[in-house]
Ligand binder design. Structure first.
Ligand SMILES: [Zn+2]
Length: 129
């Protein structure tokens, strides 16, 4: 999604620039007395106006893509930082079952389920006691 936004930004930038040139070229002829003449004020204002708009939309799209990519990497980092990748969405019972299936252990004192890498329970009892 992030790269789609960046791709759109690039595409918009390219076609927007072409459009700006074409528009200012053809609109600049409006009001000109002779066919070869052009109204430079109109040409320049159309060019600047459209160019600025294209640039702004381009930057906005690109920034959006950047934000999206960063959000994705944050989410990913946050999730892999937890020991279990799907721990955020599953309920406690499912999580406990999965922990036990993956070499986890159950504290004999308080009944808490722990993943295999945890060696001490919150109640103070250690895994290998
Ligand atoms: Zn315990």
């Amino acid at each position: 999604m992030g790269s789609v936004c960046k791709g759109l930004a690039t595409l918009y930038g390219v076609f927007g620039s072409i459009g700006t040139i074409v528009m200012s070229y053809s609109l600049g002829k409006i009001g000109a007395v002779h066919r070869a003449d052009r109204t430079w004020l109109l040409t320049i204002s159309v060019f600047l106006g459209m160019g600025l708009m294209v640039a702004m939309i381009c930057v906005a799209l690109y920034t959006l893509g950047d934000i999206h990519e960063q959000l994705q990497s944050y989410t990913f980092a946050g999730r892999s930082g937890l020991s279990d990748l799907s721990g955020l969405s599953e309920d406690k019972e499912t999580k406990n079952k999965r922990l036990l299936a993956n070499g986890g252990w159950k504290c004999p004192d308080c009944g808490s389920i722990h993943p295999s890498y945890e060696t001490t329970c919150k109640c103070g009892r250690s895994k290998n006691d």
